[in-house]
Design a protein around this ligand. Sequence first.
Ligand code: GLN
Length: 242
Amino acid sequence: MEYSLNIVHLYPDLLNLYGDKGNMEALKMRLLWRNIGANIIDITASENKIDFENADIIFLGGGADREMETVSNLLSAYKEELKTYIENDGAMLCVCGGYQLMGKYYKTSQNEIAGMEILDITTVSDEKNRLIGNVILESDEFGKIAGFENHGGRTDIKNHTPLGKVLAGHGNDGESGFEGVIYKNLIGTYLHGPLLPKNPVLCDSILERALKRKYEGFSSLAPLDDTLEDKARNYIIENFSI
Ligand code: GLN
């Protein structure tokens, strides 16, 4: 194989809600279908080394507050390396709890969990009024995106660029009308779903960003037949739009 990507799944044993793992499958299969290698590296809580030098895509999923705290403690050992990776255009997808952990803090009524301070965002949780349901976004870059959210956290993204405008659902805080953040090649979003199998354009964009960063001569991904993927996304769009 001419090309191959190393995809690091951070803490699948702690953060993995609502089919987050399906995002890894989508990344892997959309590479293999194009005859591009996919090497999945699971970093569990017992691991004590993350090879950021050779990482091409990093994924961090969502989870309950308790698991988020454990991940915050584990990941803080790599805070600087992770920041360098992102600043050097490393591709990363963070979902829900993982997204919140990229910011400054995640505050609940009980305590404050430290974020990795990669994004200038803050999250405060209102556990009693969780934001739950299907979400549809409109993104300039990716068109309509469909997913599922379930979070107590309200995220203030300050001056960051959102991933998209909320057409249905709650998004970052249930008020601003925006969802997620896109910063360099880091995408943070509340959308589980799993997100990438239903939104192949978004998945391919992550793959393409990583391939271009790794291989200077890489131009673009070959198209795939996305009939089924589009059907799954359009079902949500048609049935849950307001
Ligand atoms: N525990 C966080 C919250 O409730 C994240 C939840 C999630 O990842 N689905 O906001």
